[in-house]
Write a protein of this length. Structure first.
Lengths: 255, 255
């Protein structure tokens, strides 16, 4: 190896929570890191050795956090930026690359890698059956970074076109009404009995997953940690005696 | 444990290929299985013990394969149906639930679980940066199970609405023209310089990933194992000296 000792930045998806759903690749990168950066509750899921440093931050200011990570890596540290689920899905990876594009020229020469994880949407889907078994999409319902009109236009487009929809960031204390408004719009387009899944903390001990219908879906069931999934006309519910229903989407579409 | 000895059906996502990207949960389920069912090349990625039986099949007839798995589980075997990537994304899980819904009543009482894996789209995204960092969708380009007009309508809807698009099953020897027709439609909606990613065998030794633009995208670059990703207006390419470009999608959308 002729490479000089130098920093590295890894953006790591921890998966939905259960240790058995974190990949060996992620574990190896975490073991090699000198510094961990992330939102506090995600950092809590990393068992750091005494020689490893945790830099906790709140869940906003992603660009500041990304720049902090890049400065540490540029100084020779081996930095792991950790996200829940997959690091590339409504998580830190996009913010890191945005910081690279608009930041120090030296940052483009850093060794940067993204380590994928089991995304929340796929963990939730697996717990209820196969709702993502047909064409699907993922939308962040947050209007912090995009106009609400864009969110509504996208929701209508995919609902009318028959996609299963995974809603990330459905609401927060600062954004309490968005999920209700989304359900209102979707009720104009989709049948009342369209399956809706509310999933909180999938794969963790406090997991709570409810399957309901679009006309009965109550926004108050969700909080900022909830993933909401809305079926399409192809989504089916199989009722079972003594067990939770199974939800899946048919691959076949009739003309 | 008062549970009688009985069969179990696990639908397992093996991830994109690299062993380090398969979860410990998937490894544990594979170790407990008595029987493996799947498309030959996926079964080749499972190291079976002498007491474990592999049932290979071709890549069509998914419902037949699902019924075979259900019959074995109903007979008391511990069956693992294996898929590449995530088992719930254009893979075997949907077919298994379809077989359950329309099959033997006893099949509804079987213990069935889905074990998620790193999906191809997220593995590819991680290799190039964070193209799925904004609203995105996944579409199967196969018209074996849905009319081609539905595929085109969906493509137009998501392209116009600003989604990043992951195309699964872009073409095969039996469906040679679909990807070209998709590019033609997308060129009517999206800018010529929209980034397009062709990714084959992500994470495996024969990995090949190319980043190009929509106007230069050549359908002949793809085969049945290729995932094609088409950016949105928010997708950026960061050129780097001596390294592959980085591709990511901005979280921010202007009004």
């Amino acid at each position: 190896m002729t490479r000089a000792v130098s920093g590295r930045l890894s953006i790591v998806g921890l998966g939905p929570g259960a240790a058995a759903m974190r990949t060996p690749q992620a574990d190896a990168v975490l073991a090699e890191a000198t510094d961990f950066i992330g939102y506090g509750p995600y950092l809590d899921r990393v068992a750091a050795r005494p020689d490893q440093v945790k830099h906790a931050s709140d869940n906003r200011e992603e660009l500041d956090r990304a720049r902090h990570a890049l400065r540490l890596a540029a100084a020779g540290r081996r930095v792991a930026v950790v996200s829940s689920g997959d690091a590339g899905v409504f998580a830190m990876a996009s913010a890191v690359f945005e910081a690279i594009e608009h930041g120090e020229p030296a940052w483009r020469k850093l060794e940067v890698e993204v380590v994928p994880g089991i995304s929340a949407m796929m963990a939730v889907a697996a717990r209820v059956g196969a709702p993502l078994g047909a064409d699907f999409c993922a939308i962040s319902l947050s209007d912090n970074l995009k106009p609400w009109a864009v969110v509504l236009r996208r929701l209508r487009a995919v609902a009318e076109a028959g996609f299963v929809i995974a809603l990330y960031n459905p609401l927060s204390t600062a954004r309490p009404w968005q999920l209700g408004a989304a359900f209102e719009l979707l009720r104009e387009v989709l049948a009342a009995e369209t399956p809706v899944i509310f999933a909180t903390a999938a794969s963790r001990s406090e997991e709570r997953i409810d399957v309901t219908t679009l006309d009965a879906a109550d926004p108050a069931r969700a909080d900022m940690r909830t993933l909401v999934m809305i079926g399409s006309a192809a989504t089916r519910v199989i009722e079972r005696e003594g067990a939770a229903p199974l939800v899946y989407s048919l691959r076949r579409v009739s003309a």
